[in-house]
Ligand binder design. Structure first.
Ligand code: PPY
Length: 349
């Protein structure tokens, strides 16, 4: 398995280490440093196997190269996965994060990280104790720009507005189903409610269900019903791979715009969506808000207002261009998005 995974990955460098104190595997995949230091979040969760962790980090690192290249940001793509045992206690976790920070320091600025699934700005503060200055999204108290989630949500909201344009529908008149009410899905729900849209969500975490279902009064749907729920726009904001050959025939949405990375199980699923007449806002354009805003504020000197402006302008303009190209050239929208990034990377035609 490792052989096939590594040979089909066109990245630059993979650093694999074992944290003997906890039994965790630390995988840092530097996919590309062509446009700048390779940046990408740190995902921390248990995996069923080392192969599964490796597959995740390699695919996610490539996605980050595309994500930063398409808007012309001066960063390459990377990702880190810390595959942890199920029963890690908080103290062990802190120690692991500090040792991980030491590894980041050893990479000497070729790798910059931030939060991802399973890590928070508070975790970035701990990692930065040993890994500074190569750590984005520390808490404001520690001098960082904090949580990228609301900025990612702003980009997704913008994407929903743009797909709405194509459907001839204002967001306030749309029915939107959000899969996942976490770091991005949560703020997105709050923004959507403010537009007057008809909104429903699914979430497996009980605390988040209590917050959005019971306190906010938002309609909740069972997690296994979310993908097939009838709606105008489906927003996948949980994990990747949900738009698969198996799932696509059951979709009852008109468009898809969400924050999860790698939503398509394979690139043919982009064609499957187009064949079903479902308008897909490609993930790495739709979900760039967090990475764009945080790297812009921390590395390029943007103010929060400038970050909002850049996220909104880039997501809207790029999606309009992608939808136009896809329509005029008869290709699927994910292929049109890849073409923009590949152009920046000097690849392809
Ligand atoms: C992503 O956008 O998927 C990330 O990896 C998160 C991130 C957040 C802040 C800076 C760089 C990357």
């Amino acid at each position: 398995m490792i052989d096939g995974l590594l040979t089909s990955w066109d990245g630059e460098r993979l650093v694999v280490s074992r944290d003997h104190e906890t039994g965790a595997w630390i995988l840092i995949a530097l996919h590309s440093t062509q446009l700048g230091p390779a940046a990408g979040g740190t995902r921390m969760k248990p995996y069923p196997s080392l192969d599964a962790a490796l597959e995740d980090v390699l695919r996610l690192s490539e996605g980050m190269t595309y994500k930063f290249a398409a808007p012309g940001l001066p960063f390459g793509g990377a990702k880190a996965v810390i595959a942890v045992p199920d029963n890690l206690n908080p103290e062990e976790r802190q120690g692991l994060l500090r040792r991980y920070g030491e590894q980041i320091a050893q990479l000497d600025g070729t790798f910059l990280t931030g939060p991802d699934v399973g890590t928070s700005p508070e975790d970035m503060d701990v990692i930065a104790e040993t890994g500074a200055p190569h750590v984005f999204s520390r808490t404001p108290a520690a001098g960082g720009a904090g949580d990228p989630g609301p900025y990612t949500a702003l980009g997704v909201l913008t994407a929903i507005e743009v797909v709405g344009e194509r459907l001839g529908l204002g967001v306030g008149d749309a029915r939107i189903v959000v899969q996942g009410a976490g770091d991005v899905g949560g703020p997105l729900l709050e923004m959507l409610i403010a537009t007057g849209a008809s909104v429903a969500f699914s979430e497996i975490d009980e605390e988040l269900n209590r917050r959005y279902r019971d306190e906010w009064g938002i309609e909740s749907i069972a997690p296994d019903q979310a993908l097939a729920a009838p709606c105008d726009v489906l927003a996948p904001c949980a994990l990747g791979g949900v738009l698969s050959q198996e799932a696509i025939p059951y979709l009852r949405c008109r468009a898809i715009a969400g924050s999860a990375n790698n939503q398509l199980a394979t690139s043919s699923d982009g064609v499957r969506l187009a064949d079903r007449g479902i308008l897909y806002a490609p993930d790495f354009v739709t979900n760039v808000g967090g990475a764009m805003a945080i790297s812009g504020m921390e590395a390029l000197g943007w103010s929060p207002a400038e970050a909002d402006h850049h996220v909104r302008t880039y997501v809207a303009a790029t999606l309009r261009a992608i939808f136009d190209t896809a329509a005029s050239e008869g290709i699927d929208t994910a292929a049109a998005a890849r073409r923009i990034a590949e152009h920046r990377l000097g690849k392809g035609g």
